[in-house]
Design a protein around this ligand. Structure first.
Ligand code: PBG
Length: 332
């Protein structure tokens, strides 16, 4: 075909490149994960996540308003629970006056159009740092599901738009759907962490919430491999996503992001619901660390990774870069 076909014609300058660009990014592609703590006017940076803070509810609300003006339309929220409130049942997770429930209410009151997606999993509330209730040395699947239903209903009562189960118990999407419907919340959606891998990329997140699996008085699994997926597996991710859609998930998620883009594309091709990708804490930390040393160009790497996640098939990207990327996109 050469020289009739010269592919470089479509790359001659930025104008022609912009005409033929197959993928675009905009602030509404992003969801911003936020860490909430008790207190007032409290804001502390997470050492392994420069630029990311634990904030009290009042400062969270201020930040959410700013995110909205930047074009961001969704936040995932996580809470840092006081040690004295942790146990093996996770019961603080459905306290109607708990930190999460107060945070949801405050955000929805101040910024009603922001989509609020609280995390549904017991790890921030568990004395063992696990996503479920420990019985006989393992996570009790079905008992955990019933706890998650109570938790999700309390989030809906506080005003959540969606609930986002990140626990990886079997059958929890169906139980959450049934539970929300029975409680009178048919319009509260479920964004399921469907293909969530047991990944070392979650390290900085566990620092942020003090939620890593820990030594205990009873036998507990030392990691999350009995519920999160083995990163050697691909077909299993499709099975997980298809089952969650069948159980009633409105959106599915693949997590982590960059190292898992093959999975993102396969899941995207297999399901007929939006696919979310979580660009997780460790991915954020790597870019921050390398660019602090001057080894990588921060903004360029950030935009390249976000664009590649979108190109792989993400409808939404949950990313700690949401605000910085939105500011950059709005400048153009
Ligand atoms: C726990 C949860 C984790 C993340 C989101 N929800 C960590 C884990 O499974 O241990 C990780 C997010 C990130 O690393 O940014 N339910």
């Amino acid at each position: 075909m050469f020289p009739l076909q010269r592919n470089r014609r479509l790359r001659v300058n930025e104008s022609i490149r912009s005409l033929v660009r197959e993928t675009t990014l905009s602030p509404s592609d992003f969801m911003f994960p936020m860490f909430i703590a008790e207190g007032e006017n409290y804001k502390v940076e997470i050492p392994s996540m420069p630029g990311i803070f634990r904030r009290s509810i009042d400062l969270t609300v201020e930040e959410v308003k700013e995110l909205f003006t930047l074009g961001i339309r969704a936040v995932n929220i996580y809470v840092k629970v006081d040690e004295s409130l942790k146990d093996n049942t996770g019961k603080e997770a459905w306290n109607p006056n708990g930190l999460m429930q107060r945070a949801i209410k405050a955000i929805k009151t101040a910024c009603p159009e922001m989509i609020v997606m609280p995390d549904v999993a017991l790890d921030p509330y568990s004395i063992y740092g696990h996503d479920g209730i420990i019985e006989n040395g393992d996570i009790a699947n079905d008992a955990t599901n019933e706890a998650l239903v109570k938790m999700a209903v309390s989030h809906a009562q506080a005003g959540a738009d969606f609930v986002a189960p990140s626990d990886m118990m079997d059958g929890r999407v169906l139980r959450l759907r049934q539970g929300l419907d029975a409680a009178g919340f048919p319009n509260v959606g479920i964004m399921s962490y469907s293909a969530k891998y047991a990944s070392a990329f979650y390290g900085p997140f566990r620092d942020a919430l003090d939620s890593a699996p820990r030594e205990a008085d009873v036998v507990v699994p030392k990691d999350k491999k009995t519920y999160q997926m083995d990163y050697a597996n691909r077909i299993e991710a499709i099975k997980e996503a298809l089952m969650d859609v069948e159980e009633g998930a409105d959106m599915v998620m693949v997590k982590p992001g960059i190292a898992y883009l093959d999975i993102v594309r396969e899941v995207k091709n297999a399901v007929n619901v939006p696919v979310t990708v979580f660009h997780v804490s460790g991915e954020y930390a790597m870019i921050k660390a390398a660019s602090e040393r001057g080894w990588l160009d921060h903004d360029k790497i950030m935009m390249e990774q976000l664009m590649c996640i979108k190109r792989a098939g993400a409808s939404l990207i949950s990313t700690y870069f949401a605000k910085e990327a939105a500011i950059l996109l709005n400048k153009k």
